[in-house]
Design a protein around this ligand. Structure first.
Ligand code: HEM
Length: 400
């Protein structure tokens, strides 16, 4: 645990991409809680940053004042009507409830259970490829492929399209926040692909979400834009998030041998441990835009200003969690906000939990011993999603 320190000028003009914040945001949150619990910035489109659990929860609950119309953590706040629409996550009441209802059945227990064997097969095949190597970038060679395989199965995409999707997602989520050109190019490619599917210009797998939404199109009065936006959302919400959560979990286990050995020896602990790893390494920071002048934690917010919701900061608040910076693999009570709260609470939380658990089960079964490569330290992504960009691990006992 690092010292509670703030980078220079943080409270009045923070930078989400400050190396110290990318590396260890929790020490910044701790220092803010002890001093000024809300920071603001004019950089990267400007934003207000609360870090207390109560402040973050209050913004998420107040959907009348704080709109979900633009969720990007950085970049110019788009004018109303110019946003990238991904219903239901970018919709406000009253439109939101109906759109969410359309997607709900796709995420029930039976739907998640049906995807588990495919996720396990993909994870086991990836572990087979990795297990013999003395060093491996587990973010690139393992973590990111698991959600891609799962979402591709969920959407019933053609096998040939899966690698292409991975490239677009990287372009959109990892390069996009810093490179507007890459972001727009990725949006155009992804939207174009789904539009062709919806218009029947490409074959659609009959067992997937696209086919299901097309079947219910009339009954739910869905427009082409809504279906394309929903597919886009599943891709964006479902891949980078889970990839980052799996990567952060492996990073933690590599850096904490006691936890790694315990989990390898007691795999029945995994569901509780996954919950705790998601709490501590919650990857998402999402934005709201104020509809009217407001206040967050005593800090005034102007209409049109962006407010950030760093869910992991809420999860580290000592007002709610005992020893918040400590990973306790069998933490009994864990009401974390990694999946958000209120009307937009994550629809894919069951799916994400399954993917992380299966990924760790398969990895630990075959590779119980691994550690961080001291010559290649982890690098973290920032902005909307924090996770290991590269995660070099050494696997003792593998042939050099
Ligand atoms: C560890 C992985 C994941 C994390 C940490 C996560 C986190 C979140 C968070 C914090 C929200 C709330 C956003 C807000 O308040 O604006 C959210 C919403 C959402 N997530 Fe996830 N998510 C994950 C995985 C997934 C997966 C795998 C899917 C589906 C494939 C998914 C689909 C959604 C959808 C559809 C919403 C929007 C719900 C609504 O607006 O009503 N998520 N997620």
């Amino acid at each position: 645990m690092g010292e509670a320190t703030l980078p220079d000028g943080w409270v009045g003009d923070f930078d989400l991409y400050d190396p110290a914040y990318l590396d260890e945001p929790s020490s910044v949150w701790r220092a803010m809680r002890e001093g000024c619990p809300v920071a603001r910035s004019s950089r990267r489109g400007g934003a207000v940053l609360p870090v207390r659990h109560a402040d973050i929860a209050a913004v998420a609950r107040d959907t009348a004042t704080f709109s979900s119309r633009a969720l990007e953590a950085t970049g110019p706040v788009p004018r109303p009507g110019n946003e990238l629409r991904m219903p239901p996550i970018t919709s406000d009441p009253p439109r939101h409830a109906g759109e969410r209802k359309v997607l709900l059945p796709l995420f029930n227990r039976a739907a998640v259970a049906a995807l588990e064997p495919g996720t396990r097969e993909a994870a086991a095949a990836l572990v087979d490829q990795v297990a013999g190597r003395p060093t491996v970038d587990a973010a690139d060679a393992f973590a990111r492929h698991i959600p891609i395989a799962t979402i591709a199965a969920m959407l019933d995409l053609a096998d040939d399209d899966v690698a292409q999707f991975s490239t677009w997602i990287v372009q959109f989520l990892k390069e996009g926040p810093r490179d507007q050109g890459a972001r727009l190019a990725a949006i155009a490619s992804i939207t174009g692909y789904f539009t062709e599917l919806v218009r029947g210009q490409r074959p659609v797998g009959g067992g997937g979400v696209v086919a299901e939404l097309l079947r219910r199109r009339d009954e739910e009065s869905l427009t082409e834009d809504q279906i394309v936006g929903m597919c886009f959302l599943l891709l964006v919400a479902g891949i980078d998030t889970t990839w980052s959560a799996i990567g952060s979990s492996l990073w933690h286990l590599a850096a904490h041998p006691d936890d790694r050995r315990r989990l390898a020896a007691e795999p029945e602990l995994l569901p509780t441990a996954v919950e705790e790893l998601i709490r501590v390494y919650a990857p998402i920071t999402i934005a709201r835009v104020a509809n009217a002048p407001a206040e967050v934690g005593g800090c005034p917010v102007a209409a049109g200003e962006r407010v950030l919701l760093p869910w992991a900061a809420a999860n580290r608040d000592p007002a709610v969690f005992t020893d918040p910076d400590l990973v306790v693999l069998d933490r009994a009570r864990n009401p974390h906000l990694a999946f958000g709260l209120g009307i937009h609470r994550c629809l894919g939380s069951g799916l994400a939990r399954m993917e992380i658990r299966v990924a760790l089960e398969e990895w630990l079964r075959r590779i119980p011993e691994f550690e961080l490569d001291p010559d290649r330290p982890v690098t973290w992504t920032g902005g909307n999603v924090r996770g290991p960009e590269s995660l070099w691990l050494q696997i003792p006992g593998s042939a050099p």
